[in-house]
Write a protein that binds this ligand. Structure first.
Ligand code: DQA
Length: 138
């Protein structure tokens, strides 16, 4: 059984009420239940934090024995050298995920400190971006 973890960064705890025209109306808690049912053949863990250092600590904690990390670092994607370095440091492959198509948005969202060290990047498919990322590991 594959051991996977979804790690969500800042403000993704507000999914469902945060800018629904961009991020949709569904809460991540509800969506996670659907994912767990759909991928019952995998062990699917979830972690969310608004704090950069907590995200780095979690990446370090799981990054040597999990089979895959599905990472939506949210705004830290575009700013965090520390998260980029953490991904470089670990052996578990990371798939970078975004709900929105960051390339069709503001210029500052076109930069990613995650992408150069990610196994792959999936963005712009709404919540389905997470499904596709999980499938890539199974
Ligand atoms: C996001 C895109 C980021 O630019 C933004 O800061 C987010 C969410 C997405 O999933 O589309 O918080 O990562």
């Amino acid at each position: 059984m594959k051991k996977l973890i979804i790690i969500n960064g800042p403000n993704l705890n507000l999914l469902g009420k945060r800018e629904p025209e961009i991020y949709g109306h569904q809460t991540f808690k509800d969506y996670l239940e659907i994912l767990k049912e759909k991928f019952s053949n995998a062990e699917l863990l979830y972690f969310q934090s608004n704090i950069e250092g907590e995200l780095i600590s979690k990446i370090q904690e799981v990054g040597f024995d999990y089979d895959g990390i599905i990472l939506n670092a949210a705004a830290y994607t575009h700013t965090s050298v520390g998260i980029g370095d953490a991904i470089k440091a670990i052996s578990t492959p990371v798939v970078e995920v975004h709900i929105s198509n960051t390339f069709s948005r503001e210029e500052f969202r076109h930069q990613s400190y995650i992408s150069p060290n990610a196994k792959g990047v999936i963005l712009g498919f709404g919540m389905q971006s997470y499904d596709l990322a999980i499938e890539s590991f199974i």
